[in-house]
Design a protein. Structure first.
Length: 99
């Protein structure tokens, strides 16, 4: 178990040193950001970066979630994700790309 904890903290450290903000403007596909309003790992304020830098974006703020909204609010998360996928025809895009 010690190795697992050490690996976790090493991964977090690597993420902290990775800055992908400049790459956001290169996204030209529908992008969904789901943020937990009570997240103390990834600030919900990062939604502003998505809005500012990604042309085709949608942001969902999960009022009762921390870092894992899919666990904290599974029904709302799945509804949000499903609506996004349907509205942006993502399943059709994936199907066409695989043909």
């Amino acid at each position: 178990q010690r190795t697992t904890i050490e690996s976790f903290f090493r991964s977090i450290g690597d993420l902290r040193d990775t800055d992908l903000r400049e790459d956001l403007s290169h996204l030209d596909i529908p992008t969904l950001g789901i943020y937990g309003m009570k997240d103390n790992i990834v600030s919900p304020n990062n939604a502003k970066l998505l809005n500012k830098n990604v042309q085709l974006n949608q942001v969902a703020m999960m009022a009762h979630s921390r870092h894992f909204p899919m666990i904290d609010e599974p029904e709302t998360f799945m509804q949000t994700l499903g609506t996004f996928l349907q509205n942006n025809h993502v399943t059709e895009m994936v199907r066409e790309a695989s043909e």
